[in-house]
Design a protein around this ligand. Structure first.
Ligand code: FMN
Ligand code: SF4
Length: 664
């Protein structure tokens, strides 16, 4: 029997998304639509097993209409344990947690698969923080983590093959519908498949031996799960890294495995953990185009009969529909799309496309948190990952009159939440435009999608019934006149200008002035980047594209030190290609008409940027505290949030907006 049936569309769906909401059956399991959440680590474990928080997280996506959830990568064997928290699927104690996830999601008609992996040499630290003893097919070093692995002994290979089977068996016991094996992203299976990394002399050596290893794992898993569970594999269509698997190699591997009947589906992604460039594509940032993995999926789909899944920057149902309609794939992974809006499938199904809070691929609170070891969330939707706390909005006991001072991201979120709870909310914005600093952030090269955050929050406010008044700054007199029950102060921040020696002779402009087109920038620019965030990188790119010579002097180890790794690394590659000169460890000291004076933050030695005719300050922000001070003697309830509390990022502002909206 072909384990794959493509079925007709249900009658009630939104007319434009006919492919997206056509059910799909694989090995007797019917998926109600073509939207799935790819495996992604949530950092919501308790002692290595799924927690209540993780169950609630996945249930929110199932309730929002996902057709399939693939639970995060789990360790198939103890030799794969690293400092990165992952489900210990080699231990029977994982079963109850998986069962709770399956039960919770099945209740909403959503299928659930488990995902199994082994990092191989992609392992920097052991769980206790010491450097791990990593194993790979051969002793070939890893660039990203600077690891020299040991060649994996034969006995360990046999144990790992058996371990994949045993772990999959636990998933069967837990009631999961399928298992996905990771051969993507440069992890152990990919290492075995790659002849540049697999120099073994035994039966698992070279291309053939590597495929033998993968086939034995798949056979071991199939033995354990029986005939009624789905078995799929994840592959990077292009690992996009030095010495990594190339698209034609991946295609040959995929076609061989699929056409030999070992797999029920193939799941295409991109990138590799082996280096900084390849790892960018594990979770592609906004500078990467939408649905860019689909052509790799399509090339494989043309040669196999099993369904093809694909993911990578498919953030809107219309994009997924196009991928499906073009026949590039059969299921669309929309992972961050549902981290950002768990209700996205349901909204698409019911024609509420304008209400979808599209992911902007900022990578801040999802993979950004995960890589730093914190539970994942979303900057636009801080309720994500906090479902136990904010999963249900509690209606207000008594509607109150709430004033929000400031229409940046934090103020908008506070307004939307307070109004959704039933309060009478008026938001006052001093300028003519909502969005605060997000309006500047979207002007940085490759960051236009950041503006989606403003559009999404504006829509949330509209739906909740917030009254919005622009061009009106709030002061104490206005508060005395309006007499609200509570004020949320979200008045933001302004650029910080540090005291500088000799500055009266220098041509100095701020990052904001450059972005707003209000600065006369000369031909030879030094960008003084104190924060090491998006602004310095973006200004450097913008100005070199405008034809300037650009020196990016960063008070840190590297530009972008403070921002999510994959965003930073993509940008560092881009500015290097463009010829930006980077000066690390540089404290701004002073400037005159043709020199910017820096000091090395470690040696204390001077660094002179001679010939510079413009200094651009990207030196952070200072809170606007005027309204807060004016309300110090006011007797009503005051909440101070976001940058006017302390200048940070949109993430903290929106989270504090949520908290204020719930508290008022
Ligand atoms: C927080 C986070 C953790 C991830 N962990 C995994 C993982 O455990 N296994 C995996 O195959 N991919 C992992 N990924 C990659 C995703 O599965 C997916 O390929 C990626 O997010 C791109 O899809 P999207 O654009 O729909 O988000 C992770 C992604 C995120 C955001
Ligand atoms: S934090 Fe950014 S990238 Fe992550 S889901 Fe939210 S909007 Fe998307």
């Amino acid at each position: 029997m072909l384990p794959f049936a493509d079925e007709g569309e249900p009658a009630h769906m939104t007319a434009v998304l006919t492919h997206l909401f056509a059910p799909l059956t694989i090995r007797g399991h019917q998926f109600k639509n073509r939207i799935f959440s790819t495996g992604h680590m949530t950092v919501m474990l308790e002692d290595g097993f799924p927690s209540d928080r993780m169950v609630a997280y996945h249930e929110a996506r199932a309730a929002g209409g996902a057709g399939l959830i693939i639970v995060e990568a789990a360790r198939a064997h103890p030799s794969g344990i690293s400092s990165r928290p992952a489900i210990l699927a080699f231990d029977d104690d994982c079963i109850p947690g998986y069962r709770r996830i399956a039960d919770a999601c099945h209740g909403h008609g959503c299928k659930v698969f488990g995902q199994l992996t082994h990092p191989g040499r992609e392992m920097s630290e052991a769980a206790d923080g010491t450097f791990a003893v990593a194993h790979g097919p051969s002793a070939v070093p890893n660039e990203r983590f600077h690891v020299m692995p040991r060649e994996m002994p034969l006995a360990m290979i046999e144990e790992i093959i058996a371990g994949f089977g045993a772990a999959a068996g636990r998933m069967r016991t837990a009631g999961l519908d399928g298992v996905e094996i990771i051969a993507a992203h440069g992890y152990l299976l990919s290492q075995f498949l790659n002849p540049r990394l697999n120099h073994r002399a035994d039966i698992y050596g070279g291309t053939k031996g590597g495929q033998r290893f993968v086939r034995e794992i798949l056979a071991s898993v199939r033995d354990a799960i029986g005939e009624d569970m789905v078995l799929g594999m994840r592959l990077s269509g292009d690992e996009m890294e030095h010495d990594a698997l190339e698209p034609d190699e991946v295609r040959a591997i995929a076609v061989g495995l699929a056409n030999d009947g070992l797999l029920d589906y193939l799941n295409l992604t991109a990138g590799s953990s082996a280096g900084l460039a390849g790892s960018v594509h594990i979770v592609p940032p906004m500078a990467v185009e939408h649905a860019y993995v689909a052509p790799f999926a399509a090339a494989i789909k043309a040669q196999v009969t099993v369904p093809i899944f694909v993911a990578g920057r498919i953030n809107q149902p219309q994009i997924a529909e196009q991928v499906l309609a073009d026949g590039q794939a059969d299921m669309c992974g929309m992972t961050r799309a549902m981290i950002s809006d768990p209700q996205m499938p349901e909204k698409a199904l019911t024609g509420r496309l304008d209400d979808i809070r599209a992911c902007i691929a900022c990578n801040q609170a999802c993979i950004g948190h995960m890589l730093r070891g914190f539970p994942i969330s979303c900057i636009q939707h801080p309720e994500t990952g906090r479902e136990l706390e904010f999963g249900k909005l509690i209606p207000a006991d008594h509607p109150r009159k709430i004033v929000i001072a400031g229409g940046g991201p934090g103020g908008m979120k506070a307004a939307a939440v307070a109004a959704a709870r039933g309060h009478a909310v008026t938001l006052y914005e001093a300028s003519r435009q909502l969005g605060g600093q997000a309006n500047l952030a979207l002007l940085l090269p490759g960051r236009a999608e950041f503006g989606g955050l403003i559009a999404n929050l504006t829509r949330e406010m509209e739906l909740a019934g917030v009254e919005i008044i622009t061009n009106t700054a709030i002061d104490r007199a206005l508060i005395d006149r309006i007499q609200p029950d509570a004020v949320v102060v979200a008045t933001g921040a302004q650029p910080y200008t540090p005291p500088l020696e000799g500055s009266e002779e220098a041509h100095i402009v701020t990052a904001w002035q450059v972005l707003q087109g209000e600065a006369n920038v000369g031909s030879d620019v030094v960008v003084a980047d104190w924060r090491s965030d998006w602004i310095g990188l973006g200004l450097a790119e913008k100005l070199i594209r405008d034809g300037c010579r650009v020196r990016l002097a960063v008070n840190g180890v590297t530009p972008g030190q403070m921002i999510p790794q994959y965003v930073r690394d993509k940008w560092l590659g881009d500015i290097h290609r463009l010829g930006v000169e980077v000066i690390p460890y540089a404290r701004l000291f002073g400037a005159d008409d043709d020199t910017v004076y820096l000091q090395h933050t470690l040696s204390g030695e001077p660094i002179l940027c001679e010939g510079a005719n413009t200094l651009v300050l990207a030196c952070g922000h200072q809170s606007n505290t005027r309204l807060e001070s004016a309300l110090a003697s006011w007797e009503g309830e005051v909440h101070v949030i976001g940058d006017c509390l302390a200048p940070r990022t949109a993430e903290e502002a929106i989270l504090e907006g949520l908290r204020a909206g719930v508290a008022v």
